[in-house]
Design a protein around this ligand. Structure first.
Ligand code: FO1
Length: 306
């Protein structure tokens, strides 16, 4: 079965890893959000692409989910001593990725080509594609501080500013990266991984042409929201400020008619009765590689019966 997975950062990368444990490289393509990308310290940084690549390459920091494992921060410590910004934790091994990506971009290489070269270097056989080679930037509109770049809001300001909306700057000029539409057209089904729908998956769906191809495919989403009404951490606060009740039901409604199937956590069983499409209820928290594979297997089983 040929699968395309749509993924944002940590949660998305984990399910993508589960799918990679079950599917051969020719049967799994991962399309990744690039709306979180930004320039920092003169470097082009692509957090979600790196998180997915590091995870599938076995290089990810398993505590945070992002950045590299066995990491050190000597550069950042010394940069901070010089008065440089150290709020975005860039480790020594991770910096090589950003320096080399920036060098290639300045040579004119497109993001999809750079990502393919990095995957080869990291021994990753799977196709990991940026949603677009053109710049898309998730901008957060705040009540007190105007418009903030996503990482500035999410990491530097720890989601404290009150959000009144956000938009994807550059989306109108963003074309699907080479291979994206082809993978979607050839797919037997599409899996929307458990990333934040509003901030990490929506930028992917907003890229020209993707929605219409998706609408013609079986699509299964896994809720990133576990535990009834609210999720932990800043994403819940952002949703609530946007007037979105962060629940598995809100996720299903958000994806609406493109969804053919939905996976939600046992603790949200009571919500399943309000969902009209086929659902699978299970433990969706992925604490280890076995959890990732088990959840991925369940998603594939659900797709089989659609
Ligand atoms: N997230 C944080 O909360 N704090 C950080 O200092 C941080 C650094 C970082 C460095 C490289 C990278 O690839 C990701 C990093 N992230 C950090 C995660 C990132 O900000 C978010 O996880 C994604 O943008 C959201 O999906």
């Amino acid at each position: 079965m040929k699968i395309v997975a749509l993924a944002g950062g940590v949660g998305g990368a984990k399910l993508a890893d589960g799918l990679a444990q079950l599917l051969l490289p020719e049967n799994l393509t991962i399309i990744v959000n690039t709306g979180d990308d930004f320039e920092h310290l003169g470097l082009y940084i692509s957090p979600d692409l790196d998180t997915v690549c590091y995870t599938l390459g076995g290089l990810a920091n398993t505590d945070t989910g992002w950045g590299r494992r066995e990491e050190t921060f000597h550069v950042l410590e010394n940069l901070q001593k010089l008065g440089g910004p150290d709020w975005f934790r860039l480790g020594d091994r991770d910096l090589a990725t950003h320096i080399e990506r920036t060098r290639r971009i300045q040579e004119g290489q497109p993001l999809n080509q750079i990502t393919r070269a990095f995957c080869r270097a990291w021994g990753i056989d799977y196709s990991i594609l940026p949603m677009s080679d053109q710049s898309v930037r998730t901008m957060v509109e705040t009540t007190e501080d105007g418009e903030l770049a996503f990482q500035e809001y999410f990491v530097h300001r720890k989601c404290e500013p009150k959000v009144k909306g956000f938009h994807f700057a550059g989306i109108e000029n963003a074309q699907p990266a080479p291979g994206v539409l082809e993978a979607l057209e050839q797919a037997d089904a599409v899996v929307i991984c458990p990333s934040n729908p509003w901030v990490s998956i929506d930028p992917i769906l907003a890229v020209a042409g993707l929605w219409s191809v998706l609408a013609a495919k079986p699509v299964v989403a896994v809720s990133p929201i576990i535990g009834g009404q609210a999720i932990k951490g800043p994403a819940a606060k952002m949703c609530i400020e946007l007037g979105i009740l962060p629940s598995a039901l809100a996720v299903a409604h958000h994806y609406g008619k493109i969804l053919s199937g939905f996976v939600l956590d046992r603790v949200d069983t009571n919500l399943a009765q309000n969902i009209t499409i086929p659902t699978w209820i299970t433990d969706t928290l992925m604490k280890n590689k076995d959890d990732r594979r088990r959840l991925a297997q369940g998603v594939l089983n659900l797709i089989e019966i659609l």
